[in-house]
Design a binder for this molecule. Structure first.
Ligand SMILES: Cc1cc2nc3c(=O)[nH]c(=O)nc-3n(C[C@H](O)[C@H](O)[C@H](O)COP(=O)(O)OP(=O)(O)OC[C@H]3O[C@@H](n4cnc5c(N)ncnc54)[C@H](O)[C@@H]3O)c2cc1C
Length: 408
C-alpha cells in the first residue's frame, strides 16, 4: 500500500484486546433540500449523493497525495521513525528500550518551552506495528537525574504478552531497528487534581509501574511537602532483582505462608534495570517516596489492610460537587486521555484538591482493586469505584470524599 494511504486500522485501549477504530471521522454529507425535491426523478436524486461522495473521495485522495509530509518530528497526527539505540533485558518477556528520533526536534512537544522538564505529569505515545497496521500506547520512563531530555531520546519498559500482537513484535526487535511513534497523548492532569492536597497512593501491576513513576516524579518535584506511596505488584522477583543462580524463592514447607510486601531501599541488591531506576528515585526523594513490592510467586500481595494503611495519611478535603477534576461522580464517564480544556470548577477560596489513589495495570488487577473500567460508545471510561477501594469507601465514607480514585 502506498505510504500516504496507510491507515492504522486498530488501536488498543490499554491492557485489553479490545480495539477501537481510529479511522478518520468522515464528515456527514448534508444534501441541500433543493436536490431532494420531487421535481427530480428518483434516479437523479440517487445520483447527487454519489457525486458528492465521489468528489469527497477524490479530494481526500488528492490531499494525501499532494500534501507535503510536513511532520518529521513527534506529533499527534502521524507516526515518525525512531531507532532502538539500546535494549536492556529484564526477564525473558520484558525489557527496557531506549529509542532516538531520526530527526532532531529543537522544541519537543512534551517539554516545557525552553526547558528540559516534561510538560505533562502523565503521558504516553503510540507505537505502530507496520506489518499488521495496529497501534498501542506505551508510557515513557521518567528521565533520571542528569539524563539529557532535549535530544529526544525516550525509554520504555515493555512486556511481551502471550499472543499479544504489538508487544511480541516489539520484544523481538533488536538494537538498530526502527519503531514508529505518534504522540504525545496527555493522561489525567494529576497535579491539578492533587491541588492543595499532598498524598498520592499509586497501586501498580507489572509495567503499570511506569505511569506510577511519572506521577511520583511530577508530584514529588512539585513541592517538598508532597509524598507518594508506590505499591508495585510483580509476578516474579526478576522484574526487580536479577535472580541469583540457585537462590530459591521459598522453602516447600513454608509454601502456604504469606509474608508482607517488602519496602524498597535505595540499596537494592543486584537490581534489574527497573530495580536501578526505582532505587535512584528512592535515593533522590528519601522518605517522601515509599516503594513497596509484592511478588506473586512468593505469595506476597497487597491486601485491603495494606491499602487502608496507605490511605490513612490523607489530608481532609472539601467536597467538590460538579467539578470535572475533583468530583468522583463526574469521572465515571471520563476517559483517561484528558481533554486539554478540562478546568477546575471549584471556588479557589475552597483551596481545591484531592488525595489520589491511582490504580494501573492489567484489567483484572484494576478490577480487583478499584472496579472495572467500562466501554461506553467506543470510549473506555473510568466506571464506578469498586473492588477493594469500593469496600474501603463503604466502611469509611470519609475516604470517598478525601481520596479521588483514578484507573489507568
Ligand atoms: C496509556 C497506556 C499506556 C501503556 N503503557 C504501557 C507500557 O509502558 N508498557 C507496556 O508493556 N504496556 C503498556 N500499555 C499496554 C499496551 O498498550 C498494550 O496493550 C500491551 O502491550 C498489549 O498489546 P498487544 O498488542 O501485545 O496485545 P493484544 O494483541 O492487544 O492482546 C493479546 C492478549 O493479551 C491480553 N493482554 C493485553 N494486555 C495485557 C496485560 N498487560 N497483561 C495480561 N494480559 C494482557 C489481552 O487481553 C489479549 O488476550 C499501555 C496501555 C495504555 C492504554
Amino acid at each position: 500500500m502506498a505510504a500516504p494511504f496507510r491507515i492504522i486500522l486498530r488501536s488498543s485501549c490499554k491492557w485489553t484486546p479490545k480495539y477501537s477504530s481510529i479511522q478518520p471521522h468522515a464528515p456527514k454529507l448534508r444534501i441541500p433540500k433543493r436536490f431532494l425535491c420531487t421535481t427530480h426523478t428518483r434516479k437523479e436524486a440517487r445520483a447527487f449523493p454519489s457525486i458528492f461522495i465521489a468528489i469527497g473521495l477524490i479530494g481526500t485522495a488528492a490531499y494525501y497525495v499532494l500534501a507535503p509530509t510536513s511532520h518529521k518530528t513527534l506529533n499527534s497526527d502521524s507516526f515518525i521513525p525512531y531507532t532502538i539505540t539500546s535494549r536492556q533485558p529484564i526477564s525473558p518477556t520484558s525489557a527496557i528500550f531506549n529509542i532516538s528520533p531520526h530527526h532532531h526536534d529543537p522544541s519537543l512537544p512534551y517539554l516545557l518551552p525552553s526547558s528540559k522538564e516534561w510538560k505533562y505529569p502523565l503521558w504516553s505515545v503510540e507505537f505502530k506495528q507496520p506489518e499488521v497496521q495496529i497501534a498501542r500506547h506505551y508510557t515513557p520512563l521518567p528521565p533520571t537525574d542528569g539524563e539529557n531530555t532535549k535530544d529526544g531520546t525516550l525509554s520504555f519498559y515493555i512486556r511481551a504478552i502471550g499472543g499479544g500482537e504489538m508487544s511480541t513484535y516489539l520484544n523481538r526487535l533488536g538494537v538498530g531497528r526502527d519503531v514508529y511513534l505518534r504522540g504525545p497523548h496527555k493522561g489525567f492532569d494529576v497535579l491539578k487534581r492533587l491541588g492543595e492536597q499532598k498524598n498520592v497512593v499509586f497501586l501498580a501491576g507489572g509495567t503499570g509501574v511506569v505511569p506510577g513513576m511519572q506521577v511520583a516524579k511530577a508530584v514529588l518535584e512539585r513541592d517538598a511537602t508532597t509524598s507518594v506511596e508506590l505499591l508495585w505488584a510483580v509476578r516474579k522477583r526478576e522484574e526487580l532483582q536479577q535472580c541469583r543462580q540457585g537462590a530459591s524463592t521459598k522453602p516447600w514447607w513454608n509454601f502456604w505462608s504469606t509474608a508482607a510486601p517488602a519496602e524498597l531501599t535505595a540499596e537494592v541488591e543486584e537490581p534489574s534495570a527497573m530495580g536501578k531506576q526505582l532505587a535512584r528515585m528512592k535515593a533522590r526523594y528519601g522518605e517522601r517516596l515509599i516503594i513497596r513490592v509484592a511478588v506473586d510467586e512468593e505469595r506476597t500481595r497487597f491486601t485491603e489492610r495494606d491499602i487502608k494503611d496507605a490511605l490513612a495519611n490523607g489530608g481532609r478535603a472539601l467536597p467538590s460537587p460538579g467539578c470535572q477534576l475533583h468530583d468522583q461522580c463526574l469521572h465515571v464517564h471520563a476517559s483517561e486521555f484528558e481533554d486539554p480544556d478540562t478546568k477546575c470548577q471549584c471556588s479557589p477560596a475552597d483551596r481545591p484538591g484531592k488525595n489520589l489513589l491511582m490504580v494501573s495495570g492489567p484489567d483484572g488487577f484494576i478490577a480487583y482493586y478499584a472496579g472495572d473500567k467500562k466501554w461506553i460508545g467506543g470510549t473506555l471510561t473510568q466506571g464506578t469505584v469498586g473492588g477493594v477501594a469500593g469496600v474501603l469507601q463503604r466502611k469509611n465514607p470519609v475516604l470517598a470524599n478525601d481520596w479521588l480514585v483514578l484507573k489507568l
